[in-house]
Design a protein around this ligand. Structure first.
Ligand code: APR
Length: 312
């Protein structure tokens, strides 16, 4: 009988988001995971620790750590979490330039040995880093996707579920736009057990939950003080990885490179997409009110502004 080869998922960056993503992915048992970092010993140590949890948790997939991209060859998916967090005294533009350098370099190395992979970008500023990854890999837009919408909509879902005291599983939401404070949560398309939240909550309360969603990342940073969120981001990445590995064709909000959809051309912006084995299989265009459209275009303009500041 032919031997089955397990698929490989590479996670670049063995920090908080990367290591937690690796944990989530191996716990699905769907693929081997290769954790990569520039720091020697860090990915190896975390991978060893995760491998030693396997007998207790019960996964049979392999997890390894490395500083060498040769070990990532033949990956089905490359998750990019490497980068710097903003340090005191560092401007947003400095962060943009530093992370663009890091993302460009790691993606070029990883894409060269996994030419058929789907790249999932997590490093911030997200939408701009997606651009860098697409350029560095030379991959078509279908195979470069940013993780933001699943996280932003998860936050919105958590807040709505808590507000209405119902299961998070029955709450569905849509959040469009860039991953930043201009994101556009869409209450009309956000439902609880199929009922739009506009029927269930007063507009003012929805507005407060929308604001909390927009500031969701900052709220966590303010509490942690020394870092940013990673449990929810990693869970969001794992959901996308599973959709791709299993060709689930999930409809999930992701950062996708638009070529005219929603009246936006040549930018990565968060929109609903069909996510399957070939990556972004389709951009789903939903009808928007004038106000929602204006919010999306405003958000796209903020993405464009950062994009224009990317080092050439
Ligand atoms: N190659 C490989 N790894 C690198 C490189 C590089 N050139 N430069 C930095 N790294 C690694 C760091 O060594 C570190 O282990 O990236 C990792 C980042 O981990 P953390 O600092 O813990 O950051 P984390 O919280 O995981 O966030 C990573 O995801 O959500 C976003 O805004 C967040 O951009 C940030 C990214």
């Amino acid at each position: 009988m032919e031997k089955v080869t397990r698929r490989k998922v590479t996670v670049i960056g063995a920090g908080n988001v990367g290591a937690t993503t690796a944990q989530r992915v191996i716990e699905t048992g769907l693929a081997d995971v290769v954790l990569v970092d520039i720091v020697e010993g860090l990915p190896q140590g975390k991978a060893l620790d995760l491998a030693e949890a396997a007998p207790v948790v019960g996964y049979d997939v392999a997890v390894t750590g490395t500083n060498d991209y040769a070990d990532t060859a033949g990956s089905a998916i490359i998750v990019v979490t490497s980068g710097l967090a903003r340090q005191p005294g560092m401007s947003r533009d400095d962060l943009l330039a530093r992370n663009a350098g890091i993302v460009g370099s790691v993606v070029a190395q990883a894409a060269a040995v996994s030419p058929d992979a789907v790249i999932v970008v997590v490093t911030n500023p997200l939408d701009a880093m997606c651009h860098v990854a697409m350029t560095a890999s030379g991959f078509p837009r279908e195979r470069v996707i940013g993780m933001a919408g699943v996280l932003d909509s998860a936050r919105f879902r958590a807040f709505i579920a808590a507000e209405l005291d119902v299961s998070v599983r029955d709450v569905r939401t849509f959040v469009l736009g860039g991953h930043g404070d201009t994101m556009v949560p869409l209450p009309r398309y956000s439902t609880v057990g199929g009922v739009p939240i506009t029927e269930l909550l007063p507009a003012e309360r929805i507005g407060q939950l929308v604001d909390r969603t927009r500031n969701g990342g900052a709220e966590v940073v303010a509490l942690l003080k020394t870092g940013s969120a990673y449990y929810a981001p990693a869970a969001a990445v794992a959901e996308m990885v599973e959709a791709i590995l299993l060709d689930q064709r999930r409809i999930l909000p992701c950062a996708a490179y638009l070529t005219g959809e929603y009246g936006i051309d040549g930018l990565f912006v968060g929109v609903p997409v069909v996510l399957g084995s070939r990556g972004m299989e389709k951009v789903v265009e939903i009808s928007l009110t004038d106000e929602e459209k204006a919010g999306l275009l405003h958000s796209a303009a903020a993405v464009r502004e950062l994009f224009d500041k990317l080092p050439a």
